[in-house]
Design a binder for this molecule. Structure first.
Ligand code: FES
Ligand SMILES: [Fe+2]
Length: 325
């Protein structure tokens, strides 16, 4: 831990999935060095507040959603999503200044995103048009549990081109860590920041299968991975030739300095057959799992020993530092 940058760069972070938080529900979340309560009002409005009541310290997650407010279980003060105290059962007048700490929150394609790091969000995660207008539809999600790693490892991974062949060169049975003998994946990766939006970076991978050393050109597939910020919210767009696109959101929520809760949620063009979608997503998840044993046992090299041929590690780290500004 001593070798890594600070654990929680400024970003939108995914606290969870809206499907797990119906209207009128609330949940306690311990993440980002905070204890939070997330709730959804009866009209669907989301709120994220400091879990502990500013009055006498009860945990608001034990309370009840009433209308669009969260009521504390102890003396029934009612808090709006903004943090403002709306009602106190035994006070005729509630001063406007009474409030608890709240975090900016929004829903993004089914993810509950909370802004963390400065008072106001410095940028937004822009919605994907085809999901908004229904051309792409929800096709599934996967909760991968927690991984013992720093958030920055995921960004490091995308710029570190030289690990693809040794670590991701073998074809796996989707969703598993079983290797398919004789079959290899040849990767060609690039990493670059967006020229106009400083908080966005792209990692592109052109992959093709080879069977016993012979490349099979019609298996070639392109993936563009968009980093919205430091890697807490990442979207993969994979084009399946002649079929359409699949978008996978991968999110990292730091439960602690070196512990990420990783979730996947995906959408696809409606006419891409579901088994194919599951296959493509499963392939990605299998490849991602190959990195875990490295991440969980490494340190951060502040001054890495690099040679020509290594990926743009320094450029990526310069880009990453903006989230600590
Ligand atoms: S502790 Fe929450 S209302 Fe008193
Ligand atoms: Fe990797």
């Amino acid at each position: 831990m001593a070798t890594y940058p600070p654990p929680y760069p400024a970003s939108w972070y995914a606290l969870g999935d809206v499907r797990d938080l119906a209207k009128g529900e609330k949940r306690f979340v311990e993440a980002l060095g905070e204890k939070l309560v997330v709730f959804r009002g009866e009209d669907g409005t989301l709120g994220v507040l400091d879990a502990y009541c500013p009055h006498l310290g009860a945990n608001l997650a034990g309370g009840e959603v009433k209308g669009n407010c969260l009521e504390c279980p102890f003396h029934r003060w009612a808090f709006a999503p903004s943090g403002q105290v709306e009602r106190i059962p035994y006070a005729d007048h509630v001063p406007k200044t009474l409030r608890t700490r709240s975090w900016p929150v929004r829903e993004h394609h089914g993810l509950i995103l909370v802004w963390f790091g400065s008072d106001e969000p410095r940028w937004n995660v822009e919605p994907i048009e085809e999901i908004e207008d229904g051309r792409m539809v929800y096709r599934g999600r996967h909760d991968a549990g927690s991984v013992r790693m720093h958030l920055c490892e995921f960004a490091e991974n995308s710029a570190d081109h030289q690990h693809f062949t040794p670590l991701h060169g073998e074809m796996m049975v989707p969703w598993t860590r079983l290797r398919i003998p004789g079959m290899r994946v040849v990767h060609e990766a690039t990493w670059e920041p967006d020229p106009e939006q400083a908080h966005i970076a792209y990692f592109k991978d052109a992959a093709v299968l080879s069977l016993f050393g012979r490349v099979i050109p019609r298996t070639s597939a392109h993936a563009t991975i968009t980093f919205y910020g430091p890697g807490a919210v990442v979207a993969f767009r994979i084009s399946v030739p002649d079929m359409g696109d699949i978008v996978i959101f991968q999110t990292h929520l730091p439960l602690g300095p070196l512990e990420q809760h990783v979730r996947f949620r995906w959408f696809a063009d409606a006419h891409v057959p579901r088994p194919l979608v599951a296959y493509v997503v499963g392939n990605w998840v299998s490849q991602w799992r190959e990195d875990i044993s490295i991440w969980e046992n490494k340190v951060f090299r502040d001054k890495p020993m690099l040679v020509p041929g290594d990926g743009p590690m320094h450029a990526m780290r310069r880009w990453f530092r903006q989230f600590y500004a």
